[in-house]
Design a protein around this ligand. Structure first.
Ligand SMILES: Cc1cc2nc3c(=O)[nH]c(=O)nc-3n(C[C@H](O)[C@H](O)[C@H](O)COP(=O)(O)O)c2cc1C
Length: 210
C-alpha cells in the first residue's frame, strides 16, 4: 500500500528550502484534494486561503512566533472556519445539491430543516469547536495529498489567531484562522527529517472488541 510509504515519508517540516516553489499543476491537485474532503452534512463551512505573497508571509511569521516555515515555504494554506452560523450557508448547500444531483427542492426540505435544527441547537462554544473541527479534515487531506506528490508540509496551530485574522482581514468576512499548513520542499539542512517517528504502539492505540 503506497499510502503507508507516503505517510512514513512525510514529517512536520521545520526547515523548507526557500528556493523551491510548487508548480501550478501540483497546486491544482492539492486544491482538489482539499475540495474533496469530507465535512459534516457536506456543508464545507470554511474557506481556504493560499498565500504566496512574500510581504504577507513575513507579517504572518511575526504572528507565528517567528517560525521560519512561514517565510521559507512555497505556499501557506490557512484554513478558516465561519464564525457565525447562517441559514444561507445551509440554503446554498441545499440549492447546490438539488442542482447537482437533480433532486427536486421539496424532497430536500426535510434534510434542510434537520441541519438547521441541529446546528441552531448547539451552544456557541460547541458551534465554534464543531466549526473549527471541520477544517482539520481538510487539513488532513492536504497533508496526505502533499505526501503523495512528495511535497513537504507542516500542520501548525502555533500562531496568534487574532493577529492572523486581522492581517488577513478575516474578521470582516466572518472567518477565523483555525489551523495552517505551510507547504513546499524540505531543506537538506532540516535534521528533523532523519528522526524516527514517535507513535504509540498499536496495542496501546487500538482496542478491538471481538
Ligand atoms: C494540529 C497540529 C498543530 C501543530 N502545530 C505545530 C506548530 O505550530 N509548529 C510545528 O513545528 N509543528 C506543529 N505540529 C506538528 C506536530 O508536532 C507533528 O505532526 C507531530 O509531532 C508528529 O510528527 P510528524 O508529523 O513529523 O510525524 C502540529 C501538528 C498538528 C496536527
Amino acid at each position: 500500500m503506497e499510502l503507508l510509504e507516503n505517510l512514513k515519508w512525510r514529517y512536520a517540516t521545520k526547515k523548507f528550502d526557500s528556493s523551491k516553489s510548487i508548480n501550478e499543476e501540483d497546486l491544482e491537485k492539492l486544491k482538489q484534494a482539499v475540495q474533496l474532503s469530507v465535512s459534516s452534512y457536506g456543508l464545507q463551512l470554511y474557506k481556504v486561503l493560499i498565500i504566496k505573497n512574500d510581504e504577507l508571509k513575513l507579517q504572518l511569521k511575526e504572528a507565528a512566533w517567528g517560525q521560519d516555515q512561514l517565510t521559507d515555504a512555497s505556499h501557506i494554506f490557512v484554513f478558516c472556519n465561519y464564525t457565525e452560523r447562517k441559514n444561507e450557508h445551509i440554503d446554498e448547500y441545499i440549492q447546490a445539491t438539488s442542482k447537482t444531483q437533480g433532486t427536486p427542492l421539496e424532497k430536500l426540505e426535510g434534510y434542510r430543516n434537520l441541519i438547521k435544527e441541529s446546528l441552531s441547537a448547539k451552544p456557541d462554544t460547541a458551534w465554534q469547536s464543531w466549526s473549527e473541527k471541520q477544517t482539520y479534515l481538510a487539513l488532513s487531506n492536504l497533508l496526505t495529498a502533499c505526501a503523495e506528490l512528495k511535497i513537504d508540509s507542516c500542520p501548525m496551530e502555533g500562531f496568534e489567531k487574532e493577529k492572523f485574522n486581522s492581517i488577513l482581514g478575516l474578521d470582516q468576512k466572518g472567518l477565523n484562522a483555525a489551523v495552517i499548513a505551510p507547504i513546499g520542499y524540505r531543506s537538506e539542512e532540516d535534521h528533523t527529517q532523519f528522526r524516527t517517528k514517535v507513535r504509540k504502539p498499536k496495542e496501546v492505540l487500538f482496542e478491538e472488541l471481538l
